[in-house]
Design a binder for this molecule. Structure first.
Ligand code: KIV
Length: 296
């Protein structure tokens, strides 16, 4: 195994992104870039690429842990992923998803879970889903406890069963109005930003100017203040095409398969390891070693 990669020295990189930095981007109309990450290498890649926010999304349940949906992931699992991402980040703001079932029960449960992400994983902020009365109350409680909260409305995968599946939201007048009300309520509860997922671009275009906090879109059109994509979707580390809102910037799954297949072929044909992958030994030592062996 090669030597462990290390994060670059602080000072050689831009100043860490803070909530104030984000508010500045928003005020100046500068697009905000968010991407998910789930481990040290994906965090290093996001940092080196200069993104503003990194989300340890509970989408990690699917793209790294292989679950069919996000609901199964536990707080402990999310903490493991979040700590690895924290170790890889210098500049971007780190937001960690509160997994399904870790915040709905009570304000006390929500605060305790959020605190774990801050104290045990170094999260700068947490994200929770939905803008119903429960989620708004939990967001308010966590913010009051001193932890910044990002909201998330529209398609909320944790409760996709109740939404009728992973499908676009806000397509009727009532459904679009519900999203507007939820986003406004989350803002009023103190959320510093709100993710809008899988809603018509025209609904975002009406909603975004109504909000004072930045919006980060995923399948919400170009009007949002920023965009977020899942790391594995944008780099093509997956089978199949993915959602309509994904733009693929690489096909790493294909490259990974080709790389592993080439390695397997080299092992089977004894082309690997080569002399450059093997350790040498002093000739005199080898002679005495062989002599000692013959006396065994
Ligand atoms: O879990 C996740 O990756 C998310 C983003 C899609 C916003 O919540």
């Amino acid at each position: 195994m090669s030597a462990a990669p290390t994060a670059p020295p602080v000072g050689a990189t831009p100043a860490p992104v803070t909530l104030t930095t984000l508010a500045g981007f928003h005020a100046r109309g500068e697009p905000i870039v968010m991407v998910t990450a789930y481990d040290f290498p994906s965090a290093r890649a996001a940092d080196a690429a200069g993104v503003d926010l990194v989300l340890v999304g509970d989408s990690g349940a699917q793209v790294v842990l292989g679950h069919p949906s996000t609901v199964a992931v536990s707080v402990e699992e999310m903490l493991v992923l979040s700590r690895a991402v924290r170790r890889g980040l210098v500049t971007p703001l780190l937001v960690c998803d509160l997994p399904f079932g870790s915040y709905e029960e009570s304000d006390a449960q929500a605060i305790a879970t959020a605190m774990r992400f801050v104290k045990e994983a170094g999260a700068d902020a947490v994200k929770l889903e939905r803008g119903n009365a429960t989620s708004v109350a939990r967001a308010r409680a966590i913010v009051d406890a001193g932890v910044p909260v990002m909201g998330h409305v529209g398609l909320t995968p944790q409760t996709s069963a109740a939404l009728g599946g992973l499908r676009a939201q806000g397509k009727s007048t009532a459904a679009a109005l519900k999203i507007v009300r939820e986003a406004l309520a989350l803002q009023e509860a103190g959320c510093f930003a709100i993710v809008l997922e899988a809603i018509p671009a025209a609904v975002s275009a009406e909603l975004v100017p109504m909000l004072e906090v930045p919006t980060i879109g995923i399948g919400a059109g170009p009007a949002t203040d920023g965009q977020v994509l899942v790391f594995h979707d944008l780099l093509g580390i997956r089978d199949g095409a993915g959602a309509k809102f994904v733009r693929r910037y690489a096909d790493l799954q294909e490259e990974m398969v080709a790389g592993v297949a080439a390695y397997a072929e080299d092992v089977r044909s004894r082309r690997f390891p080569g002399p450059e992958n093997s350790y040498g030994i002093d000739e005199a030592v080898l002679t005495s070693f062989r002599a000692a062996l013959s006396e065994l």
